[in-house]
Design a protein around this ligand. Sequence first.
Ligand code: 9MR
Length: 569
Amino acid sequence: LAAPADFPVRVNQLGYLPDGPKRATLISSATAPLAWQLRDATGAQVSSGTTTVRGADQASGQSTHLVDFGGYTGTGSGFTLVVSGQTSHPFDISAALYDGLRTDSMSFFYQQRSGIAIDAGLVGGEYARPAGHLGVAPNKGDTSVPCQAGVCDYRLDVRGGWYDAGDQGKYVVNGGIATWQVVNSFERARRSGGDAALGDATLRVPERGNGVPDVLDEARWELEFLMRMQVPAGKPSAGMAFHKMHDTEWTGLPTRPELDDKQRELHRPSTAATLNLAATAAQCARVYAPYDSAFATRCLDAARRAWTAAEADPNALAPATDNAGGGAYEDADVSDEFYWAAAELLATTGETRYRDAVTTSPHHTKPADAFWWGGTGTLGRITLATVPGVTLPADDLTRVRGLLTAAADGHLSTMAAGGYAVPIPVTGYGWGSNSAVANNAMTLAVAYEITGAQRYRAGALESLDYLLGRNALDHSYVTGYGERASENQHHRFWARQNDASLPHPPAGSFAGGPNAGLDDPVAKERLNGCAPAACYIDDIGSYSTNEVAINWNSSLAWLAAFAAERRGL
Ligand code: 9MR
């Protein structure tokens, strides 16, 4: 597949931080270094140098050179890089570069809310819509939802929460990692003194002005839903969490949330969902305590009951076959979820039973593997390594921190091996690869927090360069950010491509990204033969490369908030 060749100098189309790395990739088969110039908005040359020949980049199949203009310390907008008569897209160099993305990527979640009207005054008229799934016709849910046949004989009010992605299902497993990452973003920022930027009246949410940080208001919308998914006391499997709830069959594209007329159903409780609830509710108890102690207490109670229920029923595994009308979110190994939940409960309570569960878990000594919704061990490692006062022996905490920095070193090596500095291997371009990039960048940022070593911060920032245009396709995967950015992401309401009365996704929406599996009909038809890093198409029908999802936006929002903090270097 031919990549667009009109801009062979690939840059972060948003720009660069004055105190961050400044690198670009040139597509060229020249075997000798080439001269480059950096020009300001008037066209005047402000810096120059020569490229470094990097040769073949495996993931893209392209021959590349590295342009490193990190020696330039000026700021401004409208810069371009010029090599061999080829000019890049214009970009900024600014300390405020990521301020807008920090807000927009986090404000995504409000617009994914179920069970509340989306307010024109907050988001603009084209994005306003009535509340979805409150039992108002033609909606049938989510205030009184039955189980799938044979699963339970009662109904539950599971209103609220965030729609998962381009569909309107609500899945505890994926809600868990997304909530954890949003709340962790605040918890981390509070440690670094950057939390004011995520505080009250920083986001476009209806709770702004209530004295509680907006990021926590937003995450609470999902936490309340996650707790509603817990099987009530007195019922069989009390304390477990239902795995998910969604329509009995896939809805068409587009479908406005308030016009979905299909039946919604609860699916069998699973150990994985229960541990996602335990982990996020335990994190809630810790982080919300200074703002709302009653809510924190309710979270801790839910977390404890979930943990106990999961221990009593450790093999309730969600099957891959349960995928009619919604994603399966299957998981055959929940040992990592046990570790994560134990780590969160330990960090919050300091209690022996949770410490024992941490120290006896196989994950406590395993390498810090890349995390995603189905693999959550590293979420636990991050909490143990960074939350102050975790009651583990000092040498054990040092060892866990070492696992994270070793993983970060691995990501830096992976980045150094390719022409585009991407922290995933050539084999890593699967469904949601952009979130794999952002999550590994989060591990790099955590390593920076642990060690203070600039190479880790640089790695996290260079990962953003990839996501914002320094890549095989000359494409920014974030709506509204970059000269050539995604805008037709797969979504049932933001479906302008299919319906002129509907909007494109709002700014700050993050596409899943290249997926060499070609797991949808559009990708199969249009991307046949693509190099892994080029298996992406900005078409609403390509749900396997171009969907949005809460767990993907949470990874971008976390990273943008990290990048936006002024370091004062
Ligand atoms: O992110 C999920 C990915 O890891 C899976 O391979 C894929 C197929 O099962 O499903 C993805 O999650 C989707 C979910 O099943 C339904 N809502 C949209 C999610 C993003 O595409």
